[in-house]
Design a protein around this ligand. Sequence first.
Ligand SMILES: [Zn+2]
Length: 45
Amino acid sequence: MQTKNPMEFFRNLPSKQCPECGDVVHEQAESYLMECDRCLAKKED
Ligand SMILES: [Zn+2]
């Protein structure tokens, strides 16, 4: 089965979860990190 729309493929990917707090991590094109924004901000301390 082929997906006509490449965006459809990405939408169907399971959401990443933050290993720190379990929150859903929203994919960011330039982000290769696993943690959510909140936990990343904490780590920058
Ligand atoms: Zn988190």
